[in-house]
Design a protein. Structure first.
Lengths: 115, 111
């Protein structure tokens, strides 16, 4: 149980294009989903928290117009990197938490390379 | 600000030996802690958790110890196997339900 998937697993795009990453909870309803960014050999950095049906809460320093988050259902959240630039290249990981549970389960991550 | 940190960035252990990974936390308001394992190119995988009203919890080959007096958390892996090679993160959960991760310890298992 508690499986979280991400799609795509990796993506290469040209600078200036937008990229959408999907995060799905496969066997539970995720009332809250989290989006993280991770650089090589570093820890996870929380970007934003999204609750189903409401606007995402962004961490300080994260541009909400740059990283659009939608959590339209209890099993799906999307992160759209708009007008991507090479500095946006990173490993993006989502996690999901169900109901009143505290444990977060992570997706496998999406590696983004912007050329 | 308060943060979760790990004592050592790397740990090399002989296959079959026991591993101990340490973590120090500073947020006294945290009441829930999790250990995650992250293999190269993958997302973090839940290993074991512990609440602040406990000082020890055991899983399959893993044990987490919590010492609230000195704000110290450790993960013990029994009979370490090559598949245990990964980066291990401790994470604490203060009241706002946002996990705070430590820097990670890279565990390398020698054959």
């Amino acid at each position: 149980g508690a499986v979280v998937s991400q799609h795509p697993s990796w993506v290469i795009c040209k600078s200036g294009t937008s990229v959408k990453i999907e995060c799905r909870s496969l066997d539970f309803q995720a009332t809250t989903m989290f989006w993280y960014r991770q650089f090589p050999k570093q820890s996870l950095m929380l970007m934003a928290t999204s609750n189903e049906g409401s606007k995402a809460t962004y961490e300080q320093g994260v541009e909400k117009d740059k990283f659009l988050i939608n959590h339209a259902s209890l099993t799906l959240s999307t992160l759209t990197v708009t007008s991507a630039h090479p500095e946006d290249s990173s490993f993006y990981i989502c996690s999901a938490r169900g109901g009143s549970g505290e444990t977060q389960y992570f997706g496998p991550g999406t590696r983004l390379l912007v050329l | 600000g308060e943060s979760v940190g790990l004592h050592l960035p790397t740990l090399s252990v002989q296959e079959g030996d026991n591993s101990i990974i340490n973590c120090a936390y500073s947020n006294s308001a945290s009441d829930y802690f999790i250990w995650y394992k992250q293999e190269s190119g993958k997302g973090p995988q839940f290993i074991i958790d512990i609440r602040s009203n406990m000082d020890k919890r055991q899983g399959q080959r893993v044990t987490v110890l919590l010492n609230k007096t000195v704000k110290h958390l450790s993960l013990q892996i029994a009979a370490t196997q090559p598949g245990d090679s990964a980066v291990y993160f401790c994470a604490e959960l203060p009241g706002d339900y946002k996990l705070s991760f430590g820097a990670g310890t890279t565990v390398t298992v020698r054959a």
